[in-house]
Design a protein around this ligand. Structure first.
Ligand code: SF4
Length: 210
């Protein structure tokens, strides 16, 4: 394809900058412990200083890949698909989610919610970031709110975000990996005192799997 054609296909969401795709166990949040096929899309300008996938930020480093190819690969492995990033809502998610759902797959997203919601989602995991707050539509459709706790102020941020999120959302606090020794005991105390929250751990990192 010509460079211009690729650019147009990416703008339409018919191609996505694919960083990696892999079949593994969901390590975090509500679906922890269940198998899922992860599609990691490049591109993110939210800029969390503790981000553990900084190599995802520059979309130009990740090859534009036809969504049909991504869907074919996913269909070989799993019924549950998790689209993550980077920030997947940087791109138009309608084409890929339509195709995945047409194949009978359950389609989940992990997003900061910083950009307008596109795509059709069976599970919407919102992980808001202070640098670039979610759009209103994201709070409205959130199934799972997952707030990363890097410092004590993040508990206040978590409550602010929970207040903006729809009442049915399941609420999680997750220690940021590099601060887990300091923050996990605080999260344990916080959840015992505020039982609307649950703890999410990055169990895939303890299991040493992707
Ligand atoms: S939103 Fe996610 S991918 Fe983007 S910088 Fe923050 S943690 Fe990293």
């Amino acid at each position: 394809m010509l460079e211009k054609e690729v650019q147009i296909a990416v703008e339409k969401g018919e191609m996505l900058p694919l960083m990696e795709e892999f079949y593994t166990i969901q390590g975090e949040g509500y679906h922890t412990g269940t198998p899922a096929y992860f599609i990691r899309v490049g591109g993110c300008d939210v800029g969390c200083h503790w981000c553990d996938v900084k190599e995802s930020w520059n979309a130009e480093l990740h090859p534009p890949t036809v969504t049909d190819t991504i869907v074919e690969n996913a269909a070989k492995h799993a019924k549950t698909i998790v689209i993550t990033g980077g920030e997947p809502l940087t791109w138009d998610m309608n084409p890929i989610t339509t195709k995945l759902k047409a194949r009978g797959m359950s389609v989940h997203i992990e997003t900061s919610g910083a950009y307008p919601v596109t795509g059709t989602w069976d599970w919407f995991c919102l992980s808001p970031k202070k640098n670039k707050l979610p759009v209103d539509d994201a709070y409205a459709i959130t199934n799972e709110l997952k707030v990363i706790i890097h410092n004590k102020h993040d508990f206040l941020f978590a409550e602010e975000q929970a207040a903006k999120t729809n009442d049915n959302a399941i609420l999680f606090l997750q220690p940021e990996w590099s601060k887990k020794e300091q923050m996990t005991p605080l999260i344990v105390d916080y959840v015992m005192n505020n039982p609307k929250w649950r703890i999410s751990l990055q169990t895939h990192k303890y299991l040493n799997i992707p």
